[in-house]
Design a protein around this ligand. Structure first.
Ligand SMILES: [Zn+2]
Ligand SMILES: [Zn+2]
Length: 367
């Protein structure tokens, strides 16, 4: 079948809309018609070159849609099922899968970064030339073929815009707060970056019973949405930022500090903002090859812990439904995150708006 997709041909170039051929699903694969795809910073890393990837590539890794067809061997999904796409498929039997760390799956890590399906080939092509899938997906397209483990079924009454966000920003943020950090009630939390991921951390911190939640973002326009999501204070970066966070936490620093941007200098500030014995969680993806200076003298003497959180340390088959149940019960107000919608041909504008800090989350809607 022919589909429209937003394609990147090289780093530094804009997205272009092209008509591609999409092969039917092979053994163990699923054809999904995309309903909604979120505008996430991780796709932008392909544009800047901070993430290395084969070109041409169809980006888009935060999506939800409706199953159209299944390949041989897929017995537990049928046409018409609504699914959230998981960008970290897992095999269920490798070392990491068996140790409850499916987002680190060894079976899929190679194909994921090669931009292919598990068999090393792509389902997108144009005139015989392969077009690569970002993260086994490529949801900036009207339809995609993905490995079965990328599909997490969702009830048909969940809006597919919200479902798409659960596929990346929500799970990354809520998972960082509830899975990775396991925030304790009454604690003080600081969150650097109030985009879709940072706002999800803020919502989950409130859900976990945090006492104070201090949001930090350079875009002052984020103050209202941050407060609406549960922040008790909103600060913009400046010379007195760390002192201000300490002043609000008994002079010691916050119990938990989350970095939801991916900038080494900000990661270093997070270490300064956390109290002795506290936890820094690095959630934002930083550029490949970048380095962060986290002084051992302070880590040791002050027993500060720094940890990474990838995809919210989630088991997506368990956590997508878990987080949607919290949404259903009004405990996570995920509708609030969708601040602007676009059509596929408006994707370059959608990314310009993301970079300007205009949106909680922008979402591309398909027919
Ligand atoms: Zn993402
Ligand atoms: Zn595995």
């Amino acid at each position: 079948m022919n589909i429209h997709a937003a394609v990147l041909h090289a780093a530094g170039e804009p997205f272009v809309i092209e008509t591609l051929e999409l092969e039917p699903p092979r053994d163990g694969e699923v054809l999904v018609k995309i309903a909604a795809a979120g505008i996430c910073h991780s796709d932008w890393h392909l544009v800047t070159g901070d993430t290395k990837h084969p070109f041409p590539v169809v980006p888009g890794h935060e999506g939800a849609g409706v199953v159209q067809a299944v390949g041989a061997g897929v017995t537990d999904l049928q046409p018409g099922d609504h699914v959230i796409l998981n960008w970290a498929p897992s095999c269920g039997h490798c070392f990491y899968c068996l140790h409850d760390r499916p987002s680190l799956c060894e079976t899929y890590v190679g194909p994921l970064w090669a931009g292919t399906m598990l068999d090393g080939s792509t389902r997108f092509s144009r005139e015989g030339r392969p077009y690569y899938h970002f993260s086994a997906l490529g949801c900036f397209a009207e339809a995609v073929v993905v490995p079965r483990p990328c599909c997490v079924p969702v009830a048909a009454d969940v809006p597919l815009t919200v479902a798409a966000l659960v596929g990346c920003a929500v799970t990354t943020g809520v998972g960082a707060a509830l899975n990775t950090a396991a925030i304790r009630p009454g604690s003080t939390v600081a969150v650097f970056g109030a985009g879709g991921v940072g706002l999800s951390i803020i919502m989950a911190a409130q859900l976990a019973g945090a006492g104070q939640i201090i949001a930090v973002d350079k875009a002052a326009a984020k103050a209202q949405i941050a407060r609406d999501c549960g922040a008790t204070a909103f600060l913009t970066p400046g010379p007195g930022l760390i002192e201000e966070i300490r002043a609000r936490s008994g002079g010691r620093g916050a119990d938990y500090v989350f970095e939801a941007i991916g900038i080494p200098a900000v990661q270093e500030q997070c270490l300064a903002a956390v109290r002795p014995g506290g936890l820094v969680v690095l959630v934002g993806v930083s550029a490949m090859g970048s380095a962060t200076n986290l002084p051992g003298a302070i880590l040791t003497r002050q027993e500060k812990t720094v940890t990474g959180s990838y995809y919210g340390s989630a088991n997506t088959a368990r956590d997508f439904p878990r987080f949607l149940e919290l949404y259903r019960r009004g405990r996570l107000d995920l509708d609030r995150l969708v601040s602007q919608t676009y059509r596929l041909h408006e994707i370059n504008q959608a990314y310009a708006d993301m970079l300007a800090g205009a949106n909680a989350r922008g979402v591309i809607l398909f027919d």
